[in-house]
Design a protein around this ligand. Sequence first.
Ligand SMILES: [Zn+2]
Length: 395
Amino acid sequence: MRRSTRRRQDAPNLPRRPVEDRTLGRVFGGKYRPSTFLTLTLDTYGRVDKHGAALDPDSYDYRRAARDAIHFPKLLDRFWQNTRRCVGWDVQYFGTVEPQKRGAPHFHAAIRGTIPRSELRAITAATYHQVWWPPHDEIVYSGDRLPRWDHHHRAFVDPQTREPLPTWDEATDPDTLTTPAHTVVFGPQVHVKGILGGSEEAGRHIGYLTKYLTKSVGQAAGLDESATARQREHARRLAAELAVTPCSPRCPIWLLYGIEPKGVRPGTTPGHCKGKAHKPEHLGIAGRRVLVSRKWSNKSLSDHRAERTAFVRQLLDRAGVQPAYAVDDGPFEWQTTKPGDTDVPPRTVLLLHAINQRSRWRADYDAAVLATIDAPPDDRSATGPGDAPEDRRAA
Ligand SMILES: [Zn+2]
């Protein structure tokens, strides 16, 4: 019960407005509805040179850098929760997580609508995420002295005493765990810019959102052949810290700290996690790099599906491709089938039918594209300018 009281501290002291059912910001001058471009960064961990490498690696706080990177997505979630509560409407955004040169993730987002800069700054400063994980400051087991699986206990045990290690649930019991292992906050740098759609500035800021998406995290941070010796050392230190920082309650690295993670098996190797967060080239950024709010495009998946169908039909029409099969638009009456239903074809037949149908559709579509290669169909009427199923795919 203590936990619920404690967790309530997570609601920061911000003005709260009831959240209205709207996803757009204010209109200015009767017609302008600017958008907001926002950049959120993490705190400083020590001074860096112009390439982002620590000037003094011994005093640079790699431990906090590694933990902050791993928990950054949670901090962002909390930021959007707080923002919606504070501004009072269902704020929609399209954002990307990118590494800075120093290796820390930062976040660029386009927000539909305007939020005053002072408000965004206040929300950023008040947002934090507490990590209620067991303490993991001191490595307990290393080298040849590692916990081992014990068949009798069906648990990992201490190699000398043969006592089972505390399980995740035991170690995170609210009576045992009274302080968070880590707290993530944003850094003081918050970049906020109001932008009008269609302007040169809008194009430039959209560029920031997409600039690095085709590159790996490591490449985006500038860790290529041209990296300086100091950059390499910086990357090495950060990677070393990420290699001993647990990434989730199921991470086998917990065994080094004397905790049995969730979901262990006899074959679990202490300290070896396949999670992306620990890979040097990922810099602790394990989750998705494109984060899109659910109502960003204001369309449901069925809307997108209907638009794609309309687009394909328009294309086939234009190309004069006559589908060699009847397209039945219904209306249909749907019924749930039961096991043993004699009307239901065997599964293999259904699968082969579905594959056959798909390949016929594809062939017709390809033929139509070839036939209209000089005259692209007016896709705007079907899908609207540029917004699209891509939004969803990114989500
Ligand atoms: Zn892990």
